[in-house]
Design a protein around this ligand. Structure first.
Ligand code: UD1
Ligand code: UDP
Length: 363
């Protein structure tokens, strides 16, 4: 089979790393990077560290308002698909690159496979939720990380081609943990002791574009930093928004550049607690056995909350500080989102569908 994979943002490089490795054992993959993320520490570092093949095409679209960015990608991806005529287009997650890839393919009657299908926050104010709903509607093969995702799709009347395959981020994380041990010296470089610091990430549009919310979140991190160091790799979107705000009070709130995946995994693994609005980081915290506070009003990863390893705490500084100081998760941590073999399930699902099985059970 010939597959065009469309990726463009940091979490997609990580997800594609896991799937590409398996896909290329038996099939031809044309890797298209939309250029949505382009700084070296948001893009190139992941290709190097995770041994992702060089993109065959980099569309170089870059940043822009939602419609402008998505529209430019749609036009450019269409050109690639017309030239390559693939059997499938493979898209990941919920970014503008995901929707552009899916829409371009669907309009050309090229079947779309969506990795991380069925996730819902039920909050249409998020650009990601719009991308998810539309991409799922356009996809022939919907590769879900959880039973909840399958059920979400069923509620929208989408049943054909839906499979629970687990989460390809678990595969990527297992690979990175193995690589990071020995290769990442971030704890030594930053003089951090395992269990002796907090790790924070913030990048959601809802938290960064609303300066009142961002101020509350930074104030919570500042207060927490009075007690223990807070390591805060700052997403470029957040860096830009923070430029309009006063600098942090505490030097122990360490605002650093985004880090590569191997350093990130080491920082996550040894943190006492993680505070984040990232989807990927919530799951990684769970798999690594680190308690997590989600700095949003809702999460798509509801199983981590049900297991009481993740708490959705919003943006009130008082709540965040008090939860960060007192949250102790239970001893049990049930296995979630597959056993780290989702990439193989995804590729087999494509093969089964292609052979006429319509996507039969992969898991
Ligand atoms: C995007 C995704 C989001 C995902 C996140 C992963 C959409 C709608 N959002 O959000 O779902 O969680 O990626 O990180 O697709 N910028 C740079 N350098 C870069 C990339 C971005 O400076 O390499 C800055 C630009 O000012 C840009 C801003 O960050 O305007 C936002 O980038 P964009 O890709 O539009 O959205 P993200 O917030 O990164
Ligand atoms: N990540 C990273 N370096 C950082 C911050 C995040 O490698 O400085 C990784 C993180 O471990 C996770 C992925 O990037 O695997 C999540 O990306 P992000 O939070 O940007 O997007 P989301 O998952 O929310 O879509």
């Amino acid at each position: 089979m010939k597959i065009v994979s469309v990726i463009g943002a940091r979490p997609q490089f990580i997800k594609a790393a896991a799937v590409s490795r398996v896909l290329r054992e038996r099939h031809t993959e044309i890797l298209v990077h939309t250029g949505q993320h382009y700084d070296d520490n948001m893009s190139a570092v992941f290709f190097e560290e995770l041994a992702i093949p060089e993109p065959d095409v980099n569309l170089g679209i870059g940043s822009g308002p939602q419609g402008t960015q998505t529209g430019a990608m749609l036009q450019a991806v269409e050109g690639i698909l017309l030239r390559e005529k693939p059997d499938w287009t493979l898209v990941y997650g919920d970014t503008n690159s995901t929707l552009a890839g899916a829409l371009a393919a669907a309009k050309l009657n090229i079947p779309v496979a969506h990795v991380e299908a069925g996730l819902r926050s039920f909050n249409r104010k998020m650009p990601e939720e719009i991308n998810r709903v539309l991409t799922d509607r356009l996809s022939s093969l919907l590769l879900c990380p959880s039973r909840t995702a399958v059920d979400n799709l069923a509620r929208e009347g989408i049943r054909a081609g839906v499979l629970e395959v687990g989460d390809v981020m678990a595969d990527a994380l297992a690979f990175a943990v193995e690589q990071a041990t020995g290769r990442s010296s971030v704890l030594e470089r930053m003089n951090l002791k395992p269990g002796g610091y907090l790790l924070a990430t913030i990048h959601r549009a809802g938290n960064t574009d609303d300066l009142a919310r961002l101020t509350r979140l930074l104030s919570a991190l500042d207060t927490l930093a009075e007690g223990e160091p807070v390591i805060f790799p700052v997403h470029p979107r957040t860096r830009r928004a923070m430029a309009a705000l006063p600098p942090p009070r505490s030097a122990a709130l360490r605002c650093i550049e985004p880090v590569g995946y191997l350093d990130m995994v080491m920082l996550e693994k040894s943190a006492r607690l993680i505070l984040t609005d990232s989807g990927g980081v919530q799951k990684e915290a769970y798999w690594l056995g680190v308690p997590c506070l989600t700095l949003r009003e809702e999460t798509e990863w509801v199983e981590t909350v049900a297991a009481d390893w993740n708490r959705v705490v919003g943006t009130s500084p008082e709540t965040i500080v008090s939860e960060a100081r007192s949250f102790t998760p239970p001893a049990e941590r049930p296995a979630l989102y597959g056993e780290g073999r989702a990439a193989g399930h995804c590729v087999r699902a494509l093969e089964t569908y292609e052979a006429g099985g319509g996507g039969g059970h992969a898991g």
